[in-house]
Ligand binder design. Structure first.
Ligand SMILES: *[C@@H]1O[C@H](CO)[C@@H](O)[C@H](O)[C@H]1NC(C)=O
Ligand SMILES: *[C@@H]1O[C@H](CO)[C@@H](O)[C@H](O)[C@H]1NC(C)=O
Ligand SMILES: *[C@@H]1O[C@H](CO)[C@@H](O)[C@H](O)[C@H]1NC(C)=O
Ligand SMILES: *[C@@H]1O[C@H](CO)[C@@H](O)[C@H](O)[C@H]1NC(C)=O
Ligand SMILES: *[C@@H]1O[C@H](CO)[C@@H](O)[C@H](O)[C@H]1NC(C)=O
Ligand SMILES: *[C@@H]1O[C@H](CO)[C@@H](O)[C@H](O)[C@H]1NC(C)=O
Ligand SMILES: *[C@@H]1O[C@H](CO)[C@@H](O)[C@H](O)[C@H]1NC(C)=O
Ligand SMILES: *[C@@H]1O[C@H](CO)[C@@H](O)[C@H](O)[C@H]1NC(C)=O
Ligand SMILES: *[C@@H]1O[C@H](CO)[C@@H](O)[C@H](O)[C@H]1NC(C)=O
Ligand SMILES: *[C@@H]1O[C@H](CO)[C@@H](O)[C@H](O)[C@H]1NC(C)=O
Ligand SMILES: *[C@@H]1O[C@H](CO)[C@@H](O)[C@H](O)[C@H]1NC(C)=O
Ligand SMILES: *[C@@H]1O[C@H](CO)[C@@H](O)[C@H](O)[C@H]1NC(C)=O
Length: 558
């Protein structure tokens, strides 16, 4: 290298050294001023932002919510999440923030439109505007943010078509446009193969399944729920999206069968397809998706059997098949899903006995089998094993036999619905152990015998429905212990005697029906005070029930 060249090089170096900090200094100053100017436009600026001070411009890098690039000393990240900020971005001067990589203002009250000037943040890789009050459409200028990897506009009031220009963002891995009012773009212009997380949840999308999604082979999370997507779930989804862990297509109008190829989604953990128009059989192959934890298929038109292969799903925690047309027996293999906490099979056409293997479901908290044609006894073995149950609903089936005394072991039970079956025998005294019980409905059975004295220990009861049975005996004064009771319906039994005065202690009572028993005497005088609805016309507590003294509280119909 010649001497002169060396000199030049040295000079150039000096020049660089002196220019660089200067430039940085001036852009840092411009950034600090831009932040303050914007802060001053806010209608609410939270106390932490008082650290943004004109007298402290040189300490920019120590300001709340600001992080700097350690070499350039200019702002690299702004994180204003959850500060309760109210205002707009209209007067945020983005121009000085040439090095900004992250802009996070999630969970504030920022309103107005998303300014198109945001497109000048050319180094931005993380943009989170979620949980604010942004409105208007998504500015196409967002597509200039070519470094973007994370984009969340979730939970705003954005409307209009999703700009197809988003598809030119080559690096986006996380795209969340959920909970807005967005409409269909021309999906054919989309292609975002880098996506790993995609949510269009709760918008106004009405197209067929957007084909581009089946080319996003790195997707692990896909949520299209609560839109009005139509047509079939494309076969390519199963073929291409083998990395999916979460697939949520619920509350749309998807139709047609569920392909056996769903088993190609071998990494799937959560599958939610409820509230669609899917039909045909639940494919047996579902049992080979061994990591499944949540399977929600309710409110579709699935028919045929519950696949016994479901027993292979050792991790299954929630199985919800309600509101379909399944007409098999409950496969004994279901008892192998020992991690199940939530089993909902209500509102199908299931038949046969409850398999004893279900006694292996020792973690079950919610058991919903109502509205089917299930029959046989509810065995003491089963009941004894389900000690975590908070809700047991078997109403509207063909169950028979006694209510097993073992029911007293279910001390967490809050809802016990056995109504409209053919249970017989008397109410076991052990029921008094169920101190958490708030809803007890045994109506429409063949239950006989007296009310067990322990019944009045259930002081959390809000609803006590025992109507349409053959229960006899009296209502004791202890009924007054049920001091949060709202509904007491004992109609059509063989109860007799006088109604104890203590019943008027139950100030929460809003409905009472004692019709069709053999009570005599008068309605306790205070009873009606809390029940403006207590009148002749509502079929609750009517004079026919008190033949001796028609009650003064019963208003005569106008
Ligand atoms: C911003 O801060 C919140 C709360 O600490 C955090 O959850 C979020 O990840 C941060 N954002 C960025 C871009 O670092
Ligand atoms: C943000 O909006 C919520 C709901 O509209 C409101 O309760 C709250 O006061 C607002 N906060 C500010 C700082 O305006
Ligand atoms: C998908 O993920 C793999 C592994 O992380 C990565 O190498 C590949 O580039 C990704 N594909 C796209 C299109 O981003
Ligand atoms: C399942 O996938 C295979 C190959 O990928 C294909 O040949 C077959 O038609 C698919 N099944 C259905 C029901 O579409
Ligand atoms: C599946 O859903 C459960 C419960 O909502 C959640 O805890 C879990 O993180 C989800 N798993 C995946 C992979 O999304
Ligand atoms: C069942 O799903 C359909 C279609 O999404 C919906 O319109 C309907 O309200 C759902 N029914 C219930 C009971 O949720
Ligand atoms: C169950 O439903 C399937 C499909 O609709 C039907 O073919 C079958 O005959 C039904 N089985 C019974 C026992 O009703
Ligand atoms: C069962 O569930 C528990 C808690 O949800 C979890 O820690 C455990 O790993 C699960 N077991 C299996 C086999 O999935
Ligand atoms: C309960 O599960 C065990 C294995 O976990 C199995 O051997 C046993 O047969 C099951 N019990 C019933 C009644 O199916
Ligand atoms: C109980 O069965 C009766 C007679 O079949 C029916 O009218 C009534 O609606 C059922 N009750 C409930 C709550 O489903
Ligand atoms: C319950 O009712 C009885 C008889 O009406 C009355 O003597 C008693 O004081 C009441 N108890 C309470 C706690 O209100
Ligand atoms: C009480 O009776 C009147 C008519 O006399 C009726 O309009 C009203 O709905 C009844 N109240 C209730 C709760 O049934």
């Amino acid at each position: 290298m010649a001497a002169s060249q060396k000199l030049y090089a040295a000079l150039f170096h000096v020049l660089l050294l002196s220019l660089f900090p200067l430039k940085a200094k001036s852009s840092a100053r411009a950034q600090a001023e831009a932040l303050i100017q914007w802060r001053d436009t806010l209608s609410f600026s939270p106390p932490p932002l008082t650290s943004w001070s004109r007298s402290d411009l040189h300490n920019l890098c120590r300001w709340t919510a600001v992080s700097c690039n350690p070499t350039s000393r200019t702002v690299s990240r702004i994180n204003l999440s959850s500060l309760n900020i109210a205002g707009t971005l209209a007067r945020f001067n983005f121009t000085p923030f040439t090095d900004l990589t992250a802009f996070d203002i999630q969970n504030n009250n920022v309103s107005g439109t998303i300014p198109s000037a945001i497109g000048s943040l050319s180094k931005l890789n993380y943009l989170d505007l979620s949980a604010n009050l942004f409105e208007g459409s998504i500015p196409v200028e967002i597509s200039r943010l070519t470094e973007l990897q994370y984009l969340s506009l979730n939970n705003n009031n954005l409307a209009g078509a999703i700009p197809f220009q988003l598809a030119s963002l080559p690096k986006v891995r996380h795209l969340d446009l959920g909970a807005n009012y967005l409409e269909n773009p021309d999906w054919s212009k989309f292609s975002m193969p880098s996506l790993e997380y995609l949510s269009f949840f709760l918008n106004e999308l009405t197209s067929e399944f957007p084909a581009f999604i089946t080319n996003c082979r790195n997707l692990t999370f896909l949520d299209l729920s609560i839109n009005d997507f139509t047509g079939q779930i494309p076969e390519l989804l199963y073929t291409n999206l083998g990395k999916l862990e979460t697939l949520i297509l619920s509350t749309n109008s998807f139709q047609g069968p569920l392909s056996p190829n769903i088993s190609k989604l071998s990494n799937l953990k959560n599958l939610s397809l409820q509230n669609n128009l899917l039909s045909g059989r639940i494919p047996e192959s579902i049992g080979s998706i061994s990591g499944l934890q949540i399977v929600e298929l309710f409110n579709n038109s699935f028919q045929g059997n519950i696949p016994s292969s479901i027993g292979q799903l050792k991790h299954l925690e929630k199985l919800d098949l309600r509101m379909n047309a399944l007409n098999s027996t409950i496969p004994p293999e279901l008892g192998l899903c020992t991690n199940l906490t939530y089993l909902a099979l209500a509102d199908n056409q299931l038949r046969g006995d409850l398999p004893l293997s279900l006694s292996n479901l020792s973690k079950i908290t919610d058991m919903g089998l109502s509205e089917n044609y299930l029959s046989g006894k509810i065995s003491p073995t089963l009941i004894s094993s389900w000690t975590e149950l908070t809700s047991l609903q078997v109403q509207n089936n063909l169950f028979s036999g006694n209510i097993p005394p073992e029911i007293g072991k279910l001390t967490r039970l809050q809802y016990l619905f056995l109504y409209n079956n053919t249970f017989s025998g008397s109410i076991p005294p052990e029921i008094g152990n169920l101190k958490e019980l708030s809803n007890l409905d045994l109506s429409g059975n063949h239950i006989s015998g007296p009310l067990p004295p322990t019944l009045w220990d259930l002081t959390n009861l809000q609803i006590l429905n025992l109507f349409f049975n053959n229960i006899n005996g009296k209502i004791p004064p202890e009924v007054g212990n049920l001091n949060v009771l709202e509904t007491l319906d004992l109609n059509t039994n063989q109860l007799h005697g006088e109604l104890p005065q203590t019943i008027s202690n139950i100030t929460s009572l809003t409905g009472i029906n004692l019709f069709g028993n053999n009570f005599y005497g008068s309605i306790p005088s205070d009873l009606g005070k809390y029940m403006p609805s207590l009148n002749n016309s509502n079929h609750l507590c009517c004079s026919a029930m008190f033949p001796k003294k028609p009650n003064s509280l019963v208003k005569s119909p106008k």
